[in-house]
Design a binder for this molecule. Sequence first.
Ligand SMILES: NC(=O)c1ccc[n+]([C@@H]2O[C@H](COP(=O)([O-])OP(=O)(O)OC[C@H]3O[C@@H](n4cnc5c(N)ncnc54)[C@H](O)[C@@H]3O)[C@@H](O)[C@H]2O)c1
Length: 271
Amino acid sequence: MNQLFDLNGKVIVVTGATGILAGGAAKYLQQNGAKVIYLGRNQERVDKAISEANEISQDCMGLTCDVLDERGLKEGYEAVLSRFGRIDALINGAGGNMPGATIGPDKEIFDLDLDDYAKVMDLNLKGTVIPTLTFAQAFKEQKSGCVINFSSMSSTQALTRVLGYSNAKAAIDNFTRWMATEMASKYGDGIRVNAVAPGFFISKQNKALLTNEDGSFTERGQQVINKTPFRRFGKQEEIYGAIHYLISDSSSFVTGTVLAVDGGFSCFCGV
Ligand SMILES: NC(=O)c1ccc[n+]([C@@H]2O[C@H](COP(=O)([O-])OP(=O)(O)OC[C@H]3O[C@@H](n4cnc5c(N)ncnc54)[C@H](O)[C@@H]3O)[C@@H](O)[C@H]2O)c1
């Protein structure tokens, strides 16, 4: 029974690995015996992540690539296979928002910048689909492997302002179910595709939106807290357990799910 949560030797590719949630999870997985590939688009940040990762173990690798760059991902895929010989999991952690794709308090709904909207859709949706179609090819040969996508609270509930991001995350839920079904139907029950849906965790992207410089909540931060029964934001490390579970054999009959890690945000109507 102790083997259920074993991660030893698993080869795990992590996109967005220079960011808060996926980056923290990547290190956690490596500390628990996994061989981790840190994929990020900024060379300097990938170098920094790898120099820290090397202190955990030498079984790690950096890949500098945009998640929308099909060719770069393909080269990365070949590089991972040539070094490690297999891939056990892909974590699609790259994602985010941009101001033009949101409707700020000073804007009309009709002011939406469609170029920014398209960029946010591309980053969050295609930026998950393309890496999955690239790295999950290994799963077909192996007849095993798993994908973990990043959804959001905004995928099933309307969250004010963030139109493009919400649309893309809703599509991620759909892609998770679709890919789970297709992979299992075609290649068997060793391949699983799931998602985590974080509630509100402080990241570089949302820090100024949710908290003031003195650490108190902004008006929007307070609105989030009011709808979170735990009355706090998530801590980075509180996402690691869900990811560990979904990668490990303990979830061998779990596919196509979106697992909320949210302090109760999604089950509470706010009143
Ligand atoms: N923090 C939260 O509260 C929260 C809530 C719900 C969902 N999420 C999702 O969790 C995931 C991780 O978010 P985070 O909070 O750690 O944010 P983060 O900004 O710290 O991490 C996102 C990472 O994605 C990378 N990235 C962006 N565009 C890229 C591209 N084109 N190619 C390659 N990499 C790219 C960034 O460089 C960054 O390292 C994202 O998908 C985000 O949407 C976060």
